[in-house]
Design a protein around this ligand. Structure first.
Ligand code: NAG
Ligand code: NAG
Ligand code: NAG
Ligand code: NAG
Ligand code: NAG
Ligand code: NAG
Ligand code: NAG
Ligand code: NAG
Ligand code: NAG
Ligand code: NAG
Ligand code: NAG
Ligand code: NAG
Length: 666
């Protein structure tokens, strides 16, 4: 039966691609199924050696899930030094001791590195070494959501920030920001970027791009075998089995399990995608252990069953390799990441010999940050798809939506019975999490504006699709700005930003824009200098039309190249061709808060950067007609994108196929 479902699925997906390419909509689904099924069977008969995803990947050595599989394992609970079972949840009043230690050791590395980095950026009349003497600067980098667009375009930014990328330390480039940073955060598609980076041991983006076993997005996650029916069939069989095994072990499973296993096989460089690799395992990566990399965090939102959330009432959760939880006063608690899945009451294991490890499967975590399924439903109406296909898709997807299946359920809720006076989850046995972008804060800034992290500057990479043409328009920043005034702000401060119309109308998304340049204009400790400066970097076509649909699930090799190179070009302003002072300005942004704290005067060069890149408070008049965005490529290139109907249709079909497969499997 299982096998038949998988065969049918491959057939369906393949046929959908044929249909989409022919731009023809079939009227008789059943007849086509039968034909495609026959084709699939014929193909199976002649193919004997399955490829699957095992070749040339790493074998799994380091892992905290003792089962060695996708299934979480029951272990003895940890005990403290006096032999009592340890409390696994704590109040969110400070950083964890592990993070404190990491940051302290990381400072050793970044303090050593920063002077040479600032010098390389061509800052003039500035003595980096003496300026930085005895000073700790904390840099954060944040990658927004936006599906594969966000992963690939964000990957371009990441490679521009990384001094290991070929040519990234040349004049006009900015490689080294990554090596100088303390934190790196990702959300949804941005969590696929940060997650694949961290889980694969922090390789360069070029290495992931060039490795056919790692960022292989040439076929969609739904049919990774492409025309090879057997590969796709085997893949689905594997995926359904892994999730089944987890269910048989007594865990409820959800769409996020399938989604997460799929993401793992596509993004993680381990045999079968590393089913036993967990978010906790990041701590054992060599480049993490020697503090060569910023501390990775991904974000998801809490959403009580059957409710909607907005930025002012969403509880924002973060996952680091050590802890999972929220700073928000609606939760204000963290649990040990490696013991998520254990049954706890008031933070204490209910059965001291039955804690759980391996629930924090790495694919499951980045799948949780990106529960995009409900957005597929919302998009269907405007997709231009009609007739039989629309009805079928609508039917399946709305059933899933009705059951709140876009939710990633964390069961048992680790925060059950904890923080009785404040936690909205106190009485909940299940903690429901959804895509980190559902509250419109599509750039994961909440972890970076926490006063206890003391971040000086955030490089905020925005690959959101705020406009109809999938360009960002600053919505995420307006949501993060609003949040500080709500009940969940809890002492966080955020610089002033303009309304959405001004972002587009005044070209604030067309070039880098800095917010919060004047600390004294922000109410905060020490004249606002504890609030990070935000260097906003929005997706924009410098060399390529990088506004692909959020639902485009597969990219050709040249599209991948176009997206990544464009991200690189936005980050470096065309390697300085759009502004030859940009690299130096990046240096000025890094030191800006410290200069303010010292009441010092910036160099003439940095003052010029401030007048060029700081938002000056101007807004469009209320009566201005709504700004639209229709940007042109800034640096010509013959490599322009063709995201459009074709890929959208195949994406639609992939969704239908996934929904059918999951429905059949449940
Ligand atoms: C991971 O590192 C920790 C120390 O941080 C160590 O105790 C643990 O055994 C390691 N796990 C594996 C699977 O190597
Ligand atoms: C160990 O845990 C027990 C019970 O929670 C607590 O009373 C004790 O103080 C803890 N000991 C240490 C050394 O933390
Ligand atoms: C930082 O470096 C100093 C000197 O090399 C060393 O003594 C110290 O232990 C390091 N601190 C951490 C937290 O790694
Ligand atoms: C690096 O720069 C050299 C010299 O400008 C150029 O020939 C080469 O193509 C560049 N490599 C990459 C990967 O961009
Ligand atoms: C993936 O793993 C293989 C085998 O260890 C290795 O050769 C390759 O460089 C890795 N790829 C990346 C992108 O790290
Ligand atoms: C959040 O606010 C929205 C809009 O005000 C409301 O519809 C929703 O019910 C609220 N959700 C929660 C969890 O409070
Ligand atoms: C939890 O449920 C109990 C019993 O229904 C109720 O008395 C209590 O107020 C609830 N606590 C919270 C924090 O919701
Ligand atoms: C944040 O919320 C917690 C829990 O309500 C509270 O104890 C703490 O004082 C708040 N922090 C600030 C800075 O308001
Ligand atoms: C925005 O950019 C466009 C195109 O470069 C230009 O015509 C327009 O004047 C700019 N608007 C502002 C307010 O700078
Ligand atoms: C900037 O440099 C990168 C990496 O070397 C290269 O791929 C890209 O084409 C360059 N951009 C421009 C505008 O020359
Ligand atoms: C900077 O100036 C402000 C206001 O004039 C003052 O309160 C603060 O102490 C000064 N800081 C330093 C480091 O001189
Ligand atoms: C300064 O603060 C005010 C009040 O928050 C705000 O309206 C204004 O836009 C801010 N100016 C700048 C340049 O950020």
């Amino acid at each position: 039966m299982r096998f038949a479902i998988a065969v049918l699925l491959s057939a369906l997906v393949c046929s959908s691609l044929v249909w989409a390419e022919a731009h023809a909509v079939p009227n008789d689904l059943e007849q086509d199924f039968a034909e495609q099924l026959a084709l699939a069977e014929a193909a199976l008969a002649v193919r004997s050696v399955p490829k699957f995803y095992n070749s040339e990947r790493r074998a799994l050595e380091k892992r905290t899930n003792p089962s060695g599989t996708y299934v979480p394992t029951t272990v003895k609970c940890p005990t403290n030094s006096s032999g009592h079972v340890s409390t696994l949840v704590r109040t969110a009043s400070s950083l964890s001791s592990e993070e404190k230690e990491y940051v302290k050791a990381r400072r050793n590395v970044t303090n050593e590195y920063l002077p040479s980095y600032l010098n390389r950026l061509n800052m003039s009349d500035f003595d980096a070494e003496s300026f930085l003497e005895g000073t700790d600067l904390t840099i954060g980098i944040a990658f927004s959501g936006g599906g594969y667009r966000a992963m690939l375009s964000g990957g371009g930014f990441l490679s521009a920030f990384d001094d290991r990328t070929v040519n990234a330390t040349d004049d006009g480039h900015i490689g080294g920001l990554l090596q100088s940073a303390t934190y790196i955060t990702g959300l949804s598609g941005g969590s696929w970027l940060v997650g694949s980076f961290a889980i694969n041991g922090f390789p360069t983006v070029q290495a992931m791009q060039g490795d056919e076993n790692v960022w292989d997005v040439s076929n969609s996650i739904i049919n990774p075998g492409g025309w090879e029916f057997w590969d796709t069939t085997e893949y689905w069989d594997y995926m359904l089995d892994a999730a089944d095994d987890k269910r048989d072990a007594g865990y409820n499973i959800s769409l996020t399990d399938y989604w997460g296993i799929g993401l793992s096989t596509q993004l993680f460089n381990y045999t079968d995608g590393g089913p036993a690799i967990t978010w906790s395992d990041i701590r054992n990566q060599t480049l993490f252990k020697n503090h060569s990399m910023p501390y990775p965090i991904v974000v998801a939102d809490g959403r009580p069953y059957n409710t909607d959330i907005v930025s002012t009432n969403s509880t924002v959760f973060e996952f680091s390799t050590y802890e999972f939880g929220s700073w928000d006063p609606s939760a204000y608690a963290f649990v040990r990441t490696e013991y998520i899945g254990s049954t706890l009451h008031n933070g204490v294991p209910v059965n001291s010999s039955a804690c759980v490890q391996g629930f924090d499967n790495a694919g499951f975590i980045i799948g949780t940050s990106a529960t995009l399924f409900n957005q597929f439903i919302l998009q269907l109406n405007s997709s231009g798809v009609t007739g039989v296909i629309y009805d079928a898709a609508q039917d399946i997807l709305s059933n899933i939506g009705d059951e709140n299946d876009d939710i990633s359920p964390f069961e048992p809720n680790p925060f059950y019975g904890f923080n009785d006076d404040i936690s909205y989850m106190y009485n909940e046995t299940i903690l429901n999490l959804v895509d980190g972008g559902e509250d419109y804060q599509n750039i994961p800034l909440v972890p970076l504006i926490q006063p206890s992290r003391g971040v000086d500057v955030i490089f905020a990479v925005d690959n959101s699709a705020d406009t109809d043409a999938y360009w960002p328009a600053g919505w995420s920043l307006t949501a993060s700005y609003d949040r500080q005034f709500g009940a969940l702000g809890n002492g966080t401060k955020f610089p002033a930003v303009p309304d959405r119309n001004t972002f587009v109308g005044n070209n604030l998304t067309a070039r880098p824009t800095w917010f919060g340049c004047d600390a004294s204009n922000i109410t905060g400790t020490n004249g606002g200098t504890t609030v990070p400066l935000i260097v906003y970097l929005a997706n924009h076509p410098v060399s390529y039309f990088s506004n692909t649909s959020t639902f485009q699930l597969s990219y050709e090799t040249d599209e991948v190249e176009g997206m990544i190179t464009n991200g690189y070009n936005v980050a470096t302003q065309g390697n300085g061709t759009l502004d030859d002072t940009w690299a130096a300005c990046v240096g000025c942004a890094i030191i800006h808060r410290e200069v303010e704290r010292r009441n010092a005067t910036h160099t003439a060069q940095c003052q010029a950067c401030l007048s060029k890149y700081c938002w000056d408070g101007t807004v469009l008049s209320q009566n201005a007609s709504e700004a639209t965005e229709d940007p042109d490529i800034e640096i010509s290139s013959d490599n322009t994108g063709e995201a459009g109907i074709l890929s959208w249709k195949s994406a639609q079909w992939s969704i239908v196929a996934l929904a059918i497969a999951v429905a059949a499997a449940m």
